[in-house]
Ligand binder design. Structure first.
Ligand code: ZN
Length: 466
């Protein structure tokens, strides 16, 4: 293995870049240096990529041409990143309605695009095209964030649902073989749905060498696995260098359980199927995520589309700077966050705070209060210090005025704890919603394989803005 690690950067990587014409490692070296530049310089660089993208979309994508026309704008009217607020948002519904003719660039050759589908956690699946020419950009972003998490190691476990793992472009047998031969990397996919602690420990003993390993996975599965390891008192044969979560909200509770069980740091990696590898927890400051502004412009906006102030929660709106086949401009991805202040670490990349799950995962009380997964997590962990009593939880709105908090209890859990939690939630949400804490053996997964932290059983309504 060490031979690979010495030879890979000097021989295999330059050879790969020459033969393939792709330069992800060159791009990676650029990112390592750019992260320390001033925010103004990085914004200017993003703007220099944004301008030609807007001009391209205006000429070649009918949907965006009409969007500009309706707003009475031309591409050259967008002179700064905040000018993007003048252009209406685009959601999954619009992209689905216009696919492919109105939303795909009319000059993109068929060989430049790849077709993908996203299950759409808001219940609105849609198809899209990725841009093969953008692979350097997202691959470099992935390599860069991997270094941030300290998980550049020979063996990586992926823990997600089987269908998600199967769809991962890096799961193809060819890419796995290439990683194994060229980079000496081994990738192990494990389905989180039925991954027990004993089976994981056994698998680890068989696969992992002294040179270390990392875990990437969905936080709900990793937290469940971690809770099981702690509960059963299972000692792992070795512990990972780091854990990286993706795919769903990382709550405080889950982060703590994962860190305790795997005895390492956990990084929150923000990536979407449509726009891969966007942002990740700062290596020096777990409270903030940094956005790779070479890859995308990420804004946090109010309901009316205007920019949210630092610390103010809003919708996450993304402009992908690399995909010219099917441009995503001012794309309302369905996530929520707060715009972050500059990070004291000294890196110039923009920041996000309190990244939260989908809009559909919010609970709304009759009185108009909302409860998000992160808010619930904060209440239970910081506000109420309920961590010692709870392995897992899920809040389910069973009726407009009823909220059931399902809890998989530890052996310290008592009826008094349940009553205290009910009181704390009622204090937060108001008395027009009845809160019941219910101890359960397990929390069921959704048909998609995901575990929702917050779930609504009310009649479905559209959560996509028009
Ligand atoms: Zn930072």
């Amino acid at each position: 293995m060490s031979m690979y690690r010495r030879l890979a950067p000097r021989i295999f990587v330059p050879l790969y870049e020459r033969l393939s014409g792709r330069r992800p490692w060159t791009e990676l070296r650029r990112l390592r240096e750019l992260q320390w530049r001033a925010p103004e310089e990085l914004e200017a660089r993003a703007l220099a990529k944004l301008r030609p993208l807007l001009a391209h979309a205006y000429v070649h994508v009918p949907y965006y041409r009409e969007l500009f026309a309706r707003a009475g704008l031309r591409p050259e009217d967008i002179g700064t990143v905040s000018d993007l607020a003048r252009l209406p948002l685009t959601g999954k519904a619009e992209l689905r309605a216009g696919f492919p003719l109105r939303v795909v660039a009319d000059d993109a050759p068929a060989r430049q695009r790849w077709l993908a589908r996203t299950s759409g956690s808001a219940g609105l699946p849609f198809e899209f095209y990725g841009d093969r020419a953008a692979s350097d950009v997202w691959l470099a972003s992935y390599l860069f964030f991997r270094e941030w998490a300290g998980v550049v190691v020979p063996t990586t476990f992926y823990v997600a649902s089987p269908s998600h793992l199967a769809a991962n472009p890096r799961a193809s047998p060819w890419i796995k073989l290439a990683r194994r031969i060229v980079l000496g990397e081994r990738v192990v996919h494990l389905s989180g749905i039925d991954l027990g602690a004993a089976r994981f420990a056994a698998r680890l003993r068989r696969v992992v060498t002294k040179s270390g390993y990392a875990i990437w996975g969905w936080p709900a599965y990793l937290a469940r696995l971690g809770a099981e390891l702690l509960e059963a008192g299972i000692e792992l044969s070795s512990y990972p260098r780091g854990v990286v979560t993706y795919g769903e909200s990382l709550t405080e509770t889950d982060a703590r359980v994962i860190e305790r069980a795997f005895q390492c740091r956990v990084a929150n990696h923000y990536s979407s199927w449509e726009i891969l590898h966007l942002a990740q927890t700062c290596p020096d400051n777990p409270r903030l995520l940094h956005v790779n502004s070479e890859r995308a412009i990420v804004r946090v906006v109010r309901e009316d589309g205007s920019p949210a102030a630092v610390g103010e929660p809003g919708r996450v709106v993304i402009t992908d700077l690399a995909n010219r086949v099917m441009p995503f401009i001012n794309y309302d991805i369905g996530d929520r966050a707060q715009a972050g202040a500059p990070c004291p670490c000294g890196r110039g990349f923009p920041t996000l705070m309190g990244l939260e799950g989908r809009v559909g995962e919010l609970i709304r009380t009759p009185g108009g209060k909302t409860l998000s997964p992160v808010a619930l997590g904060w209440l239970l962990t910081h506000g109420h210090r309920a961590l010692p009593y709870i392995w897992e939880y899920q809040a389910v709105q069973t009726a407009a005025d009823t909220l059931v908090l399902r809890i998989v209890p530890t052996d310290r859990f008592t009826r008094e704890v349940a009553i205290e939690i009910e009181r704390a939630l009622t204090a937060l949400l108001g008395s027009d919603i009845t809160v019941k804490v219910e101890a359960v053996d397990r929390i069921a997964l959704e048909p998609s394989g995901k575990r929702l932290i917050i779930k609504s059983e009310l009649a479905p309504r559209s959560t996509i803005s028009g």
